[in-house]
Design a protein around this ligand. Sequence first.
Ligand code: ADP
Ligand code: MG
Length: 249
Amino acid sequence: MPTLEIKDLHASINGQPILKGVSLIIPQGEVHAIMGPNGSGKSTLAKVIAGHEDYEVTSGDVLMDGESILEMEVDERSRKGLFLAFQYPMEVPGVSIANFLRAAIQSRLPEGKELEVTEYYQQLYREMDRLGMDRSFTSRSVNEGFSGGEKKRNEILQMAMLKPRYAILDETDSGLDIDALKIVANGVNALRGPDLGILLITHYQRLLDHIVPDNVHVMANGRILRSGNKDLALELEQKGYDWILESAA
Ligand code: ADP
Ligand code: MG
């Protein structure tokens, strides 16, 4: 089965070890959630998989369908079918979402092949209908003056259009209001299916009330301390993290 596999991954920033042996397998078609206290290394894991240049992988590997991606440029990882929600966080004043997405898709086509504009808009509107999004949204400039919810809508639409095989969504605890939370939940639920593996990083138990994950992993101090099914998320909601931290100490 095709998988995104994280193998005993160790990574540092400025010589300080943050990830201390993370192993995870996300099969295509499954949604895995990572939860854990602040400072556990969740965002670091997402950034290392993304190829963020500030982080140094000191040992271990990240394999996409068996092929190591660690030596690949960020863009190459993306072209191979990896999606990271924070890949285009910047504002792009004057460039509409529709044109931005069109350029992103065009850049993935083989040399000399032109994206057919009518087909592109058909696909765009089909995906927006599926996600229940208003068409006027695509004439907005990318991220310019976006609310938290609109940023999420943009991310989810990018994911729908780029059709990655694996997506990593890092839902930080800031800026996720109820509106944004619902957009992420509806988007993930609409897009989940046999061709997409999702790693959903969240501080929010609440998000998992709306997205039922196939597996839940608890991360603390740079390691995965426990994995389980969706019931683990409920258990965490009731009992917090301390019992897991203590049993690992
Ligand atoms: P989480 O997303 O689980 O809250 P992070 O991955 O953001 O955790 O952070 C994990 C640890 O790495 C924290 O102790 C944090 O202080 C440290 N860290 C993150 N980024 C940097 C950085 N740029 N320089 C030094 N330490 C960092
Ligand atoms: Mg984080």
